[in-house]
Design a protein around this ligand. Structure first.
Ligand SMILES: [Cu+2]
Length: 170
């Protein structure tokens, strides 16, 4: 019976030591490529205490709103990016797309990216539905930018249309 409290105390001590040392959170930077395979920007993902924070910086995209998602595989090899699969965890069967859906449980869902008249898009988004560790699972995952806005309701991808940029998270 003494082993559990001791283990708990050690775990707490380890957590406190990590916090006190101010260790930098885990980060991953991902190159974003367009359908022609040209690098058009990057996404920087940072592990957060309750999710993942992602900064997206792009150029040369069509002005307006674009759906932004995490897809299930780190595979941007096909020029239409269908190789990246569906949204992360969608295969689990109990997932429904849309941050505005009453279930709001799909781990690939993110707010839209806005691109200005100059083709530049810059944003920082947060998801409490997944973690950097989950995104970097055995087959990784992908950051996908779609041609149109995600309405956050329609199945399966909120009407976001074609995939116009892809980045492999490994
Ligand atoms: Cu998508």
């Amino acid at each position: 019976m003494l082993r559990l409290p001791l283990a708990a105390a050690l775990a707490l001590a380890a957590t406190a030591a990590t916090a006190a040392s101010g260790a930098a959170p885990a980060m991953t930077t991902v190159e974003l490529k367009n359908n022609a395979g040209e690098v058009i920007g990057k996404a920087t993902l940072t592990e957060a205490p309750k999710g993942v924070l992602m900064r997206v910086e792009t150029k040369s995209l069509a002005p307006g709103w674009h759906g932004l998602h995490f897809h299930e595989k780190a595979d941007c090899s096909k020029s239409d990016f269908t190789s990246a699969g569906g949204h992360t965890m969608h295969h689990a069967g109990d997932r429904v797309h849309g941050l505005l859906n009453p279930k709001a449980n799909e781990t690939g869902d993110l707010p839209n990216l806005h691109v200005g008249a100059d083709g530049v898009g810059v944003t920082e988004v947060f998801s409490g539905l997944t973690t950097l560790a989950a995104l970097k699972d055995a087959d990784g995952s992908a950051v996908l930018i779609h041609a149109n806005a995600d309405d956050h309701l329609a199945q399966p991808i909120g009407g976001a249309g074609a995939r116009v940029a892809c980045g492999e998270i490994k």
